[in-house]
Design a binder for this molecule. Structure first.
Ligand SMILES: Cc1ncc(C[n+]2csc(CCOP(=O)(O)OP(=O)(O)O)c2C)c(N)n1
Length: 194
């Protein structure tokens, strides 16, 4: 499967979880698959989806807000900011699930290859000490076989890293219908609503 189907699998069972999606086409695909006030479409800052999710998860925990945060990140972005895995380990955000959708490419900018074909991002996450690291190879086109049980990962004490290997390729998802400030303000309202 490709990124689009992986996102579909990941979000199908989500309910009140807050979603931070990666820059570029992943955010457009989430917008098309499951538009929601719980989504923060991160438009401008490559490598910042996980750090934003980390800060949010830590704030929720501090405020006794039980909601979980799901980050939809990409291999190129994680590779560009590998230190975020160390920070995840050190901060231990119990309400954070980072889903790395690994297409071995900078998919949003033309699918140039990344080094995730050379290094294993799960191994890197484990090597810094993160305990809950799961790997799914979903590269074959067998969507029904790769039924991703997100409820299982949501129920765990974080940080959880779910690394999903997919085939490269973008859908023709449309542009997000909201301005960046609308996306931010709507999401901030959702955070405060609890
Ligand atoms: C600092 C910086 N470098 C490059 C870009 C251009 N850029 C935007 S998205 C992207 C690819 C992101 O790749 P990945 O995180 O693997 O996600 P994918 O699109 O493959 O799902 C690039 C290179 C940027 N926005 N910021």
């Amino acid at each position: 499967m490709k990124r689009y189907d992986a996102i579909k699998q990941v979000v199908k069972d989500l309910d009140d979880e807050l979603i931070i999606s990666n820059i570029g086409i992943p955010s457009k695909e989430l917008h098309e698959i499951k538009e929601s006030k719980n989504n923060f479409y991160m438009l401008g800052s490559m490598s910042m989806a996980t750090p934003i999710g980390l800060g949010l998860a830590m704030a929720l925990e501090k405020n006794d807000d039980p909601r979980k945060v799901v980050v939809l990140d990409g291999d190129g972005s994680v590779l560009m900011n590998l230190g975020e895995l160390v920070t995840l380990y050190a901060q231990k955000p119990s309400r954070l699930i980072v889903v790395i959708i690994d297409n071995e490419a900078y998919g949003s900018t033309g699918s140039q290859k990344t080094y995730s074909c050379e290094v294993n991002l799960s191994d890197i996450a484990r090597s810094v000490g993160i305990r809950e690291v799961y790997y799914i190879d979903a590269r074959e086109d067998m969507e029904d076989i790769y039924d991703i049980d997100m409820k299982r990962y949501i129920a765990m004490d974080g940080p959880v890293v779910l690394h999903i290997k997919v085939n490269a390729g973008n859908s023709d998802a449309k542009n997000i219908k909201y301005t960046p400030s609308k996306i931010k303000n709507r999401f901030m309202k959702t955070i405060r609503e609890y």
